[in-house]
Design a protein around this ligand. Structure first.
Ligand SMILES: [Zn+2]
Ligand SMILES: [Zn+2]
Length: 356
């Protein structure tokens, strides 16, 4: 059956089931009538209907009109949960909600100050980032570190400065050659050659080199950190899931006995099989999720793994790829659900909702 475009939910369920069959005799004997192998999509569809008819996920069943066989409809978390729970598997899911603002989060020192709810009276940017200049002559008049150099600001002087400037580690001013530009960084729109300017050099360069510049306030090295933070709790949860029981120290690859996680967001699902943690020169801790994506053809991944080349590009996904506001993770608890608890398991809801 060709399942490109709609089969991801089924394929991820198959990956999870295949790991479960190898893990526990109890599960193997219970899953799919004890057949001992991973059913094809058509059979899984029949099993899902059986789960619905047994009373699992009444709402979900109604959405599909109780029928999914011979159809190309894609399924999500609740269908996968029903498909497993009907065999007394303790499948649970958690909703993860990302943070909407990158600004209410931990920021290391070199990101510079953030002046909450203060807007620049010239460029109107809010909040002002880095150094803020408050007029001593005009009440309630603030400027950012870029606009303080604007001739239109002169009438409001003198100014008092507050806060700390961001430091652009590893970025050198192309004109005065100062290392680690402090304050506003001006990056040429033209990439080739890439020109960076500090705020003292930019006016001069604009007249001599005629370049156009964009101002960069957040040091770019830390865009990664902002991304990490948007779904911080999701990443933390996955890290704890795979790393619990292992010593914190230690380098290299650790094989754990943890089952993969069914990973859903709106419109697509994937399977998380692990997580990578590394430290950058700036001291920050960063992660990559190790993900099997049914959207990548098997043959592509197989070839990359056989050659030992480029497989990391297919499997590693950094936090910058977590662009959706919400994700769901499905995990399996040990053992089987006792008969007398099965009615409770028929109602599907998240085991937890975690906001970053
Ligand atoms: Zn401004
Ligand atoms: Zn300079």
């Amino acid at each position: 059956m060709i399942d490109r475009g709609w089969g991801c939910g089924w394929r991820n369920a198959q990956m999870l089931v295949s790991a479960m069959l190898m893990r526990s005799t109890e599960w193997r004997e219970s899953l799919f009538g004890g057949c001992g192998y991973v059913p094809d999509i058509g059979s899984l569809q029949a099993w899902l209907e059986a789960a619905w008819h047994a009373g699992f996920d009444v709402e979900g069943c109604a959405q599909f009109g109780g029928s999914v066989q011979q159809s190309l409809r894609w399924i999500g978390t609740t269908e996968v949960i029903s498909l497993l729970r009907v065999f007394r598997i303790r499948a649970q899911f958690i909703d993860f909600v990302g943070t909407h603002s990158a600004h209410n989060i931990f920021r290391p020192q070199h990101l510079g100050s953030l002046h909450h709810s203060i807007a620049c009276d010239l460029c109107k940017r809010r909040p002002i980032e880095g150094i803020r200049h408050t007029s001593l002559a005009v009440p309630d008049y603030d400027l950012c570190d870029h606009c303080i150099r604007d001739p239109r600001a002169q009438h409001a002087g003198p100014f008092e400065s507050h806060g700390t400037a961001p430091i652009h580690l590893g970025v050198k001013c192309s004109m005065c050659e100062v290392e680690n530009i402090l304050g506003v960084r001006y990056r040429s729109k033209k990439k080739n050659p890439q020109v960076d300017m500090c705020s003292r050099c930019v006016d001069f360069s604009q007249t001599t080199w005629g370049g156009r510049y964009v101002r960069v306030m957040v040091p770019e090295g830390d865009q990664d950190l902002e991304n990490e933070n948007r779904h911080r709790r999701l990443i933390e949860w996955i890290w704890n899931y795979f790393s619990s029981g292992f010593p914190e120290q230690g380098r290299g690859v650790v094989h754990t006995a943890r089952l993969p996680l069914y990973f859903q967001h709106e419109g697509h699902s994937r399977t998380v099989v692990g997580i990578e943690r590394y430290k950058k020169a700036n001291g920050g801790i960063y992660h990559n999720l190790l993900i099997l994506d049914p959207g990548i053809p098997d043959s592509t991944l197989e070839e990359a793994l056989t050659l030992g080349q480029k497989w990391q590009q297919l499997v590693k996904r950094g936090p910058h790829t977590l662009r959706k506001p919400e994700y769901q993770l499905t995990y399996i608890e040990d053992g089987l659900v006792p008969e007398n608890e099965m009615d409770v398991m028929k109602r599907l809801g998240p085991a937890d909702t975690i906001s970053s």
